[in-house]
Design a protein around this ligand. Structure first.
Ligand SMILES: CSC[C@H]1O[C@H](OP(=O)(O)O)[C@H](O)[C@@H]1O
Length: 358
């Protein structure tokens, strides 16, 4: 099993996702500042993964605060939270995880030393819970997939796999569950310009586990659908508004339009910690813009002449009416029924779910 974020020997180990598939490099993170850098530079990436990473980053910052005064500790911990909040704006899981860690710090009755220990335990719980959540998403997704006489071909976009989560994956979790159940013939993976998470990361995960995978360029998806090669599209999410509008990797919106045009079911797979119930619709989701170098440079090759300008939004928003169902750890729901999905979650699990403030 692939775990992108591991606590070991008093430090956080991250699979460096910028080095895959050529090299499998693990980096050790000891300080919150280095964790923030790892999130910003996408050494660790994927909405749930950066939530887990931020949670451990909160602990790494907390353990460096030298005081026995609880109020001074909490004030300084807010500074750690603000540093981690400044890394990437779109994935609400980052803000949700930080919110859980701050809630833990405020609600733990004890010494600063005891609060620090509880913070480490909370980060570990967010990590292991996400793995279990993804397994539930995978199994509910399997049940939601179309029933076909033959095995299915699923198309996915970017990487919503084990690398993007606490393990197992969301969209790839559905593919894994279908593969284990003998219902998946093959996964088609959009390469996903400009960062190529599909070609580099989704393909790598499939090869590691012997799941048949075909990589296509993003502009081939419509042709594949027209040829009848695709039975369903399953993607991840970075932030979902209360009405089901979903922010995900750039290119997801056009994929949803093409799926609709070909009457192919389009699923979003995401934990409920990805739903921002404070947003009424997708127009309020902040969209990260990244450095244009990601567009004009592929490896060491420059692909555009000097003198051009660039626009590099890392995400787009798919309207709820293009989404067949949102698959959560509590089941698959129409995009407009997310409050019903949340209602099925025991409040005691994450009381802070409702305050995923940025
Ligand atoms: C499990 S959902 C992961 C989600 O995050 C990715 O974005 P990035 O690679 O920029 O962190 C992509 O949108 C995936 O669908």
């Amino acid at each position: 099993m692939i775990y992108p974020v591991i606590w070991q020997n008093d430090s956080v180990l991250l699979i460096d996702q910028t080095r895959l598939p050529d090299e499998y490099i693990v980096v050790e993170i000891h300080r919150s500042e280095d964790m923030a850098e790892a999130i910003t530079t996408m050494i660790v990436r994927g909405a749930p993964s950066i939530g887990v990473a931020a949670a451990y980053g909160m602990y790494l910052g907390a353990r460096e605060i030298e005081t026995n005064d609880n109020q001074e500790f909490l004030t300084k911990l807010e500074s750690v939270a603000n540093l981690l909040r400044s890394t990437r704006p779109t994935a609400v899981n980052l803000f949700w995880a930080i919110s859980q860690m701050m809630r833990t710090a405020y609600e733990t009755v004890g010494t600063v030393v005891e609060i620090k220990q509880t913070l480490l335990e909370t980060a570990a719980k967010i990590n292991t819970d996400n793995f279990q959540t993804c397994q539930a998403i995978g199994d509910y997704g399997l049940a939601a997939l179309p029933i076909t006489p033959d095995q299915l071909i699923i198309l996915t976009h970017c990487n919503a796999g084990a690398l993007a989560t606490g393990g197992y994956g969301t969209a790839l979790g559905v593919a894994r569950s279908a593969w284990k159940a003998g219902r998946l013939a093959r996964l088609y993976a959009d390469e996903t310009r400009p960062r190529l998470q599909g070609a580099k990361l989704t393909a790598w995960e499939c090869v590691q586990e012997g799941i048949p995978v075909t990589v296509i360029t993003d502009n081939m998806a419509a042709h594949c659908m027209k040829q009848g090669l695709i039975d369903a599209v399953v993607v991840g999410a970075d932030r979902i508004a209360a009405n089901g509008d979903t922010a995900n990797k750039i290119g997801t919106y056009s994929l949803a339009i093409v799926a609709k045009a070909h009457n192919i079911p389009f699923f979003v797979a995401a934990p409920l910690s990805t739903v921002d119930f404070q947003l009424t619709d997708g127009s309020q989701i902040p969209i990260e813009e990244r450095h244009p170098e990601e567009i004009y440079q592929v490896g060491k090759t420059l692909i555009t002449p000097p003198g051009v300008e660039f626009y590099n939004p890392a995400f787009d928003v798919t309207p709820a009416d293009l989404i067949t169902a949102i698959i959560t750890e509590n089941g698959a729901f129409p995009p407009g029924d997310l409050l019903l999905a949340k209602g099925k979650m025991s409040e005691s699990r994450y009381p802070g779910l409702k305050d995923c403030a940025d």
